[in-house]
Design a protein. Sequence first.
Length: 394
Amino acid sequence: MAMWTDLRPTVEMPRLFERGGDVISFAGGLPDLDVLPLETISGQLSRLVRLGGKLALQYTTPHVAKALIPAINDLMGREGSATTADHLVPTQGSQMGLMAVGLGIATPGETVLVQTPAYPGAAAAFRIAGLALHPAPEDADGLAPAALRETVLRLRADGRTVRLLYCNPTFQNPTGATLSVARRRELLAVARELDLLIIEDNPYGLLSFDGGTTTALHALDPERVIYLGTFSKVFAPGLRCGWIAAPEQLAPHLRRTTEVMSLSPSALAQAALAAFHTRAGWGDLLAAYRASYQERCALMADALDAELGTDGPWQWERPRGGFYIWLRHREGVDTVRFAEAAAEHGVSYVPGSHFGLDGEHADGLRLCFSNVPRKRIAEGVSRLAAALTAPVPS
Ligand code: PMP
């Protein structure tokens, strides 16, 4: 019997490095839910159940609820995009969107190009759908369109089917990097030339610290892009609500796949998000999230500057948004080797190899600042620095 036996760690791995007690975790990428207006949300949920219980608690169709579409367009519009019901597919978060693309659009055995270091849940979803993964070529400015063309042509000449490129172009998990608009245009030109579809995974795009946004790939060519949107980082992940904005001819395939995966999206979650947006819009909540992450990131980056300096073995860039700081060891040491010392010092991080397709990027490590109590950040960095500057175990 064929079975999916690739038990490479996915999102559970960080836990291995935590030892209960007084551990400061820079590992898990959780949002800071302290900014949520809980009274407002609970009032709206209770109203929805009282007044619309039968509908809100019933199965619904595998379509994005009409009332939610303006709320989605209010988010997508901030990065220059717009969408309509015919292009939209409901998901229970982008993780399900990744699975739906892997199962509903790709065919088993075909090769997906993946921007790396990559969110491990994406690689895991494509693998479980039976796809082969190949790293997309990059240079110092990110995804490299000319090299990408060569790679696709070479893979195709070798007999491989290559139609999909996965990327997380804005405040990338784990690097925090954002692809320039010029690069986005070049990438899309190659995608058109080679008939590729781009999967744009964009949970963090609206979480810049300065409130600025970068034009989404989807905005530049909605017919070439399968856009994965989610409410997990701009509202709350516990609602498990997201969407796919896909080229119109692909939407029915994706819809059917999501229907097989879960029958129906949550009517209650969709209604709650629509009600929240109708009443409050997204602006205040986005501003609160941005302010929280800007402050936490500054605390972490300042502490890293103070503890690790700029001329030691560790290098990193100050992110301009998102959840993560990506450290790299200049001499290429595998950062798994510091994990034991980090655990002993009471701090955790995610080693870079976790974000490679086959162990690459082992010289990196991801720190997440989004959910660490402000007053614990400096202490956590100081523990981390003690672990990272200890003699490297052989
Ligand atoms: N893509 C990326 C890049 C992520 O970082 C995450 C979650 N951390 C997801 C997808 C999945 O998120 P969700 O299913 O909650 O939308």
